[in-house]
Design a binder for this molecule. Structure first.
Ligand code: ATP
Length: 354
């Protein structure tokens, strides 16, 4: 295949299995985000791809060449680390062309590439500056330009935004994505931030405890989570534990007007997830399961409002976009909530352990 592929990759550190049996394909020109909570193995996976860590088993291929045991300096992979790892005593230009100079590129060619990259990352005119005289966002651009200097086959970034403040981080996510698309370079970004992954990625790999939980587009991962872990980790969800009874879902004493997939046998325990923006309040025109509810809390979030409810199936949050519904809900108010049948995700009970 054209691109990078991992087959049965795993990594043990002593008795700890940090990465477990990973099979992944990274298509040429695609940006993939490795997303998951702290300690799930995403950095270890990236380091194996980079050649900085040897897998305990499995194979890594680039355009069908087996590169599993190829040392990092022999792979044409550009890396940007969390702290950018720039040389503080060198100028911006020297940082960017460093790898070219030490690999024997003629000085004039290296300088020309340096100018082109300064332009590319919008740092024209900053070439002679010291690294210490740059802002966080500018340092990140230098790190990106340096990683791109050798025209890498694959671009690897480990938490590239974590040293930046929230506002700058959002700007740089867009900027980096546009640059990556313009260059058409296969890119893998490690992040624990789902917004970052959703903003930048063609494809998201959700990981937990060393394993891949789901691979899909941002839309897939959000709207079609394959298990309760993904539904919980990506976006927000109300969760209810129930049972399948006569082809319907029962939660506590309430039978929902919802038919789960035929794969769920009668009597099997299930975990049900519902995104907070899906249920409606006081709407007779929406099909679904109607439940009496009492408002327990109202949270105004600016563009949206969260209405917290107490119902017979448990507590839930309903999110309203501001302006979508002008009714003002107040604590203690009685209301009727409708759970639309198609908005519910039903998972087997054994996947419910979070
Ligand atoms: P974070 O977001 O916190 O960086 P991560 O998802 O990148 O986490 P890893 O750093 O890959 O996770 O770690 C995965 C697991 O492997 C953890 O349990 C970690 O303690 C363990 N681990 C990582 N590197 C080593 C090492 N060199 N020696 C021993 N254990 C390690």
């Amino acid at each position: 295949m054209n691109g990078l592929s991992l087959t049965g990759i795993y990594k043990d550190f002593g008795s700890v299995r940090a990465v477990e049996n990973v099979h992944l394909d990274f298509a040429q020109g695609e940006l993939t985000a490795l997303l998951g909570p702290s300690g799930c193995g995403k950095t270890t996976l990236l380091r194996m791809i980079a050649g900085l860590e040897l897998p305990s088993g499995g194979a890594i291929r680039l355009n069908d060449d087996d590169i599993t045991a190829l040392p990092a300096h022999k792979r044409r992979f550009g890396m940007v680390f969390q702290n950018f790892a720039l040389f503080p005593h060198l100028s911006v230009r020297e940082n960017i062309v460093y790898s070219l100079v030490i690999s024997g590129t003629a000085k004039a060619d290296a300088m020309e590439t340096g100018e082109r990259l300064l332009d590319l990352v919008q740092l024209k005119g900053y070439g002679d500056r010291r690294i210490s005289a740059l802002s966080g966002g500018q340092r990140q651009r230098v790190a990106i330009a340096r990683a791109l200097a050798q025209e890498p086959d694959v671009f690897l970034l480990d938490e590239p935004m974590s040293a930046l403040d929230a506002k700058l981080r959002e700007d740089m996510q867009v900027e980096l994505r546009l640059l990556q698309q313009r260059l058409g370079i296969t890119t893998i970004v490690v992040t624990h931030d789902q917004r970052e992954a959703m903003t930048m990625a063609d494809k998201i790999v959700v990981m937990s405890q060393g394993k891949v939980e789901q691979v899909g587009s941002p839309q897939d991962i959000y709207h079609r989570p394959e298990n309760a872990f993904v539904a919980d980790f990506i976006g927000r969800a109300n969760f209810f534990d129930g049972v399948v009874e006569n082809g319907q879902l029962r939660i506590a004493d309430t039978v929902l007007n919802t038919t789960p997939a035929p794969a769920f046998l009668n009597g099997s325990g299930v975990r049900i997830a519902c995104r907070p923006e899906l249920p409606c309040l006081d709407r007779e025109d929406v099909e679904g399961s109607r439940l009496n509810a009492t408002v327990t809390f109202v949270r105004d979030l600016g563009p949206a409002r969260d209405i917290h409810l107490k119902t017979a199936i448990g507590p839930m949050i309903v999110e309203y976009a501001q302006g979508e519904d002008q009714q003002q809900y107040r604590v203690g108010q009685e209301t009727v909530v409708t759970l639309p049948a198609e908005g519910l995700h039903v998972f087997p009970e054994e996947k419910a352990v979070l």
